[in-house]
Design a protein around this ligand. Structure first.
Ligand SMILES: C[S@@+](CC[C@H](N)C(=O)[O-])C[C@H]1O[C@@H](n2cnc3c(N)ncnc32)[C@H](O)[C@@H]1O
Length: 283
């Protein structure tokens, strides 16, 4: 893979990512998600054995919050490669342990057989070439190592109490805009079979549906910042009106409504060894 300075995003990219790292509040939007999910991601990785000396890759690394957590665990003898199409938030993290690479993963696969742990969260759901990418991520794991993939399933995204017509309209509009980019809103439920189809063994799954409350001050940043960023597209496509967006914002601050985030589906699978056996099976 090329260094950040040398690599440009060439033509032929099959990336279809619908969100924009240069949007003024994108870091805040990503942080609203990392605050909900980082602890669970680290917990899973530690259960898989993450520890001193491990070589890891976090792909579609976003703000680098997971790369930082992994780096603390692997220590000075380990390594964490943080890869993203847009590395603006990652660059300041490049240290001896964390290596930052700017790359379009749909064009530039990770080196094969190289990592004890490869992690991808909220990436594959966005990319139409997700089946190929999943196989490439599995191939990047060393025999006996782990691939940990986490993606949403929107099965819980419509859950809201009390019922809200504007929540239904706006969340459906978000899905419609995403769908144009090839987003799979049901990818979470497909992940366990997809991991097995990619040749991984010992596939284990954890699901996590987070309650997010309509706070009068903070609102619901996970939803509001997503809606805010996609508002121009939703308005241009006639999916919502300015009044709908104002009502949605009011809902997110009403101090009463309880919403649920999409279901986070986290799936780990182990790459078999050369003889088709995992390390445990060979012992
Ligand atoms: C929704 S964010 C998730 C960030 C992080 N994994 C997390 O869970 O906090 C998706 C990330 O994937 C990156 N991304 C999208 N398409 C990509 C591609 N083709 N190659 C590399 N990174 C990509 C985006 O720039 C963004 O940082």
């Amino acid at each position: 893979m090329s260094s950040a300075a040398a690599m440009t995003i060439g033509t032929g990219s099959t990336s279809a990512y619908a969100l924009d790292q240069s949007w003024h509040a994108e870091r805040d939007r990503l942080t609203s998600l990392t605050a909900l999910y980082d602890e669970g991601t680290l917990d899973l990785a530690v259960r898989l054995g993450l520890g001193p000396g491990w070589r890891c890759a976090d792909v579609g690394a976003g703000t680098g919050s997971v790369a930082r957590l992994f780096a603390q665990r692997v220590g000075p003898s380990g390594q964490v490669l943080a890869v993203d199409l847009d590395t603006r938030f990652l660059e300041p993290l490049a240290t001896g342990v964390i290596e930052v690479e700017q790359a379009d993963l749909t064009l530039t696969p990770l080196p094969s057989g190289s990592f004890d742990l490869v992690h991808a969260r909220l990436l594959l759901e966005h990319l139409p070439v997700r089946a190929r990418l999943l196989r490439e991520l599995a191939a990047a794991v060393r025999p006996g190592g782990w691939l940990l993939v986490e993606d949403f399933d929107w099965v819980t995204a419509g859950l809201v109490d009390p019922p809200s017509a504007v929540h239904e309209k706006v969340s459906n509009a978000v899905r419609s805009v995403f769908a144009v980019h090839g987003y799979d809103a049901q990818y979470g439920r497909r992940l366990p079979r997809a991991m097995a189809a990619a040749g991984l063994r010992e596939v284990v799954t954890r699901i996590d549906a987070r309650q997010v409350d309509a706070d009068p001050g903070a609102g619901v940043p996970q939803w509001e910042l997503l809606v805010h960023q996609l508002a121009p597209a939703m308005l241009a496509q006639g999916l919502v009106t300015p009044a709908d967006l104002a009502d949605f914002r009011a809902l997110c601050h009403d101090g009463d409504t309880v919403l649920f985030a999409p279901l986070m589906v986290s799936v780990a699978g182990r790459r078999p060894g050369p003889a088709g056996l995992t390390e445990d099976e060979r012992e």
